[in-house]
Design a protein around this ligand. Structure first.
Ligand SMILES: [Zn+2]
Length: 304
């Protein structure tokens, strides 16, 4: 039996290891280091920070007081480095530049939220929707789980459908986007299973990703002639479509889709080539086919 946990943690696919891609990844790493350096510079650029602080402190002395107190502690702790000191600096930069710079916006947001989108994305650290799609606070209600899966209604309660219920029935989001991605370790775990109904395992990962068993089955049928890596890539997109179909098994979701109040979208982020593919479920064509395993899509677009 395949060892699933390590493959989920790492980026295992051979398709992700080409030399061209390696050079692109190196460029991305370089960019990341530049970004990190920028963050460090922001932390040490006291003249710039003071200017920002002066602007902000005119309106919010009580909020700025918190930052100043914190800064005193920082000055006392100049020795050593830990991950959270960098995180703290990023938070304080967010507070100064974004929060205090848009105080009215954030004060309105503190009272209520009315996001237009719900996004269901993978827990993978490389695919944060807020970063890659530029979603600002208040714009998207979000769930991230292993392999961005939506269980069908009959599966019973889960954190994913609890979030769906709140987003659709209370927040009344207009769009649900299920976003898959390249080199997904969760999908690889699903495809690695020896038994189509699960391996009767105690692994939490296996017991979760089996939610995508129909995507696994249809991938095995349609792409059995391809390599395992190519099958995984096929399943990464197939599982998104299966999740869109699973969304329709919730009566309160289908009702809103039928009324035209809610649209269901699929997405696929390839972080090797940095492209994003987006499509929309065509509800009436899907139900008119009379096949609950078939999805009809419209508005497919490719962002590159
Ligand atoms: Zn993933």
């Amino acid at each position: 039996m395949a060892n699933l946990a390590p493959s989920f943690v790492s980026s295992p696919s051979d398709s992700c290891r080409g030399s061209l891609r390696t050079s692109r990844i190196s460029a991305i790493k370089l960019k990341v280091r530049e970004t990190e350096q920028t963050h460090l510079n922001l932390g040490s650029s006291s003249r710039k920070k003071q200017g920002l602080r002066m602007n902000a402190s005119k309106e919010t002395p009580e909020l700025m007081q918190g930052i100043r107190k914190d800064e005193c502690k920082t000055a006392e702790q100049t020795e050593g480095y830990d991950s959270f000191s960098e995180m703290k600096q990023r938070f304080l930069t967010f507070k100064e530049k974004k929060y205090l710079g848009n105080l009215e916006f954030y004060r309105r947001l503190a009272k209520s939220q009315a996001p237009e989108f719900m996004v269901i994305a993978c827990a993978d650290s490389r695919v944060c929707p807020s970063v890659i799609l530029g979603l600002e606070p208040g714009e998207a209600f979000m769930v991230r789980n292993v392999a961005n899966l939506v269980p069908p209604f009959e599966s019973g309660p889960s954190e994913t459908n609890a979030a769906l219920e709140f987003a659709v029935n209370s927040l009344k989001v207009k769009n649900i986007l299920v976003s898959g991605h390249s080199c997904c370790g969760g999908i690889r775990a699903l495809m690695s299973m020896e038994n189509a109904d699960g391996d009767n395992s105690s692994s939490f990962i296996k017991n979760w990703v089996i939610v995508g068993k129909n995507a696994r089955l249809s991938t095995k049928e349609a792409a059995s002639h391809l390599s395992f890596d190519q099958q995984c890539r096929h399943c990464e997109k197939e599982s998104v479509n299966r999740s869109l179909l699973n969304l329709l098994t919730y009566p309160w979701i289908e009702e809103q889709v039928m009324r035209g109040n809610l649209s269901l979208h699929g997405g696929y982020y390839d972080f090797v080539d940095c492209t994003f593919e987006k499509w929309t479920l065509d509800y009436y064509k899907t139900i008119s086919r009379g096949n609950k395993d078939m999805i009809a899509v419209k508005g497919r677009s490719f962002w590159s």
